[in-house]
Design a protein around this ligand. Structure first.
Ligand SMILES: [Zn+2]
Length: 93
């Protein structure tokens, strides 16, 4: 992984292009406006819409798995052990 570098306008040592403050001389390199803009860009990168969609799909898959497990394993057990519950399940499902 390579990080884009450029010389600091104050001390001329190499610093990251996006750096808000030079690591060598400690001078602040951007205006407040530029700092806010790059902070917003950083936050937008962290919260990608794909991430929340992926999370939604995972939750859906887990919920589906639980429902499947319930239908396949627990319903026959309930039906076997409780004739009253069996009738209720047959009415409502
Ligand atoms: Zn510097």
């Amino acid at each position: 992984m390579s990080i884009a570098m450029e010389p600091c306008p104050y001390c001329e040592k190499q610093k990251k292009v996006d750096a808000m403050r030079c690591a060598h001389c400690g001078r602040i390199l951007k205006t407040t406006e530029e700092q806010i803009t790059s902070l917003r860009r950083f936050r937008a990168r962290e919260r990608k819409p794909e991430n929340s969609l992926l999370r939604f799909i995972i939750v859906l898959a887990i919920a589906g798995g639980i429902i499947y497990y319930f239908r396949e394993n627990l319903l026959p057990l309930i039906q076997k052990n409780s004739p009253v519950l069996k009738e209720l399940i047959e009415i409502y499902m």
